[in-house]
Design a protein around this ligand. Structure first.
Ligand code: AMP
Length: 447
């Protein structure tokens, strides 16, 4: 991919190399359609297959596509060829925040602004059940307006400690930003672990060096597990107090994000009238639809069954191959048949599992399908009459929880005539489910 004039799938032109990690090379890119600058992250499938991260990567990509916030580097789309995966990402023109610290510590007000933006982004992701797990300055980029952009949210499978060329970089394999409970591998709360990393980042921004550092790895672990650090003399008392609450080795007593946001040092410079940190960012946050509009009065069925208890499948347990395709405009370069001919289709919903099930039941009644429930998030819909080929059509619908706010719903034919099924899918099922569908697989999601 060193050829600079290379065009990716007639859509993006490659530019200069922006950076490189163990798994990926990142290039500047330009959309041929709009001229928009993007960053193209090129990953060799073989490399992630070798380390057994393919499934996790695919799931995490889909999660990243769902997390849209002004301080989170946006994933526009994912493309794939036989050998490579390409992430088309928002371009962060200001480069790494790290480069700023490498020139020396930041002024208190500037560090606070970045910390406020970091906390806002992390809070947003946590509210959607997404944890970063590898927050460090290398993952913090800046846009042209010097606003913070957190990269690799939901992509922790791909994160790595790639360079050892500076005082503040994480030396390969060292846990400088990692919470004590993560190091001790006891099982941890992702939210509390991210908060710890934010505390280390805050310290680094203001001090210009790491709070926990030792050439001996075991000694460094010890320092982290005891929160053995010393603030420089210029740290004001309010900040020291806040840091001591964040860098608390006990995750149960460690401060929460809500409490950080109430902290006097944190709040300085914020518009108190607005009462939250969203005022920090210039771009509008993309609103999430709520699940209050499941059954519109114009629909044929008004009553919704109360028997909606169905356990949805948790994400950790399933092979997430198809999730990758839920990212905006995903292009598997001909690996799949066209959407209209696909028997297995998936959509993402922002509705709760209960309301998805209720909507499916309501739709089934409208379409004269019997609802047969099964275990593990699986519903079976069965036609009352036979298809053209003499068999009864049955459709399986499976619901997976991606995060607490997002579900993946897979619809597939189990038996019956394929043509009848495809017609029903296109003309009846898809339009009937429109209320609860945020994005169908392979189709652009509404922004
Ligand atoms: P990564 O493998 O994501 O850590 O990326 C390697 C390097 O490429 C980063 O450290 C940045 O310097 C650069 N980079 C990554 N993503 C972007 C982006 N969206 N915009 C600008 N530079 C980026």
């Amino acid at each position: 991919m060193e050829n600079k004039s290379k065009i990716l799938m007639d859509r993006y032109e490659f530019g200069r190399l922006l950076g490189q990690g163990t798994f990926a090379k990142v290039y500047y890119g330009r959309s041929l359609e709009t001229g928009q600058s993007v960053a193209i992250k090129e990953i060799h499938k073989e490399k992630i297959l070798k380390v057994g991260l393919m499934d996790q990567t695919k799931r995490e990509i889909s999660v990243m596509g769902l997390v849209k916030h002004p301080n989170i580097l946006q994933l526009y789309e994912v493309m794939a060829t036989k050998t490579k995966i390409y992430f088309i990402l928002e371009y962060a023109k200001g480069g790494e925040l790290f480069n700023k610290i490498a020139k020396g510590k930041l002024k208190e007000g500037v560090a606070r602004k970045y910390f406020q933006q970091l906390i806002t982004a992390v809070d947003f992701c946590h509210s959607r059940g997404v944890y970063h797990r590898d927050l460090k300055p290398e993952n913090l980029l800046l846009d042209e307006n010097k606003n913070l952009k957190v990269s690799d949210f939901g992509l922790s499978a791909l994160s790595d400690s790639k360079r050892q060329d500076g005082l503040l970089h994480t030396t390969c394999g060292t846990p400088a930003y990692v919470a004590p409970e993560v190091i001790s591998r006891k099982g941890y709360d992702g939210a509390k672990a991210d908060i710890w990393s934010c505390g280390v980042i805050l310290f680094v921004l203001l001090a210009g060096y790491l709070p926990f550092h030792d050439s001996n790895l075991m000694e460094m672990y010890r320092k982290i597990s005891k929160a053995d650090y010393k603030c420089p003399s210029w740290f004001p008392p309010e900040l020291r107090k806040l840091l001591s609450r964040i860098l608390d080795p006990n995750p149960y007593t460690r401060i929460s994000i809500a409490k950080i946001m109430e902290n006097p040092w944190f709040k300085k410079g914020l518009d108190s009238g607005r009462g939250n940190t969203s005022v920090l960012v210039e771009r509008e946050m993309i609103p999430l639809h709520t699940d209050d509009n499941i059954c519109s009065p114009t629909e044929c069925c008004s009553s919704v069954s109360s028997e909606t208890k169905l356990e949805v499948t948790k994400p950790n347990n399933f092979n997430a191959f198809d999730l990758i395709s839920l990212s905006t405009g995903f292009d598997l370069s001909g690996l799949f048949v066209s959407n209209d001919e696909k028997e297995d289709v998936q959509f993402i919903s922002k509705n709760s599992a209960a309301s998805i099930i209720a909507k499916l039941e309501e739709t089934a009644r409208c379409l004269r399908l019997k609802v047969m429930k099964k275990e593990g998030g699986l519903m079976r819909l069965e036609a009352e009459s036979e298809c053209r080929n003499g068999t009864a059509m049955t459709i399986d619908v499976e619901i997976f929880e991606i995060t607490s706010s997002f579900h993946l719903v897979e619809v597939r034919k189990s038996s019956g005539d394929t043509i009848d099924y495809l017609v029903m899918l296109k003309q009846c099922l898809k339009p009937a489910l429109a209320d609860i569908v945020w994005a169908w697989q392979g189709e652009k999601q509404p922004i």
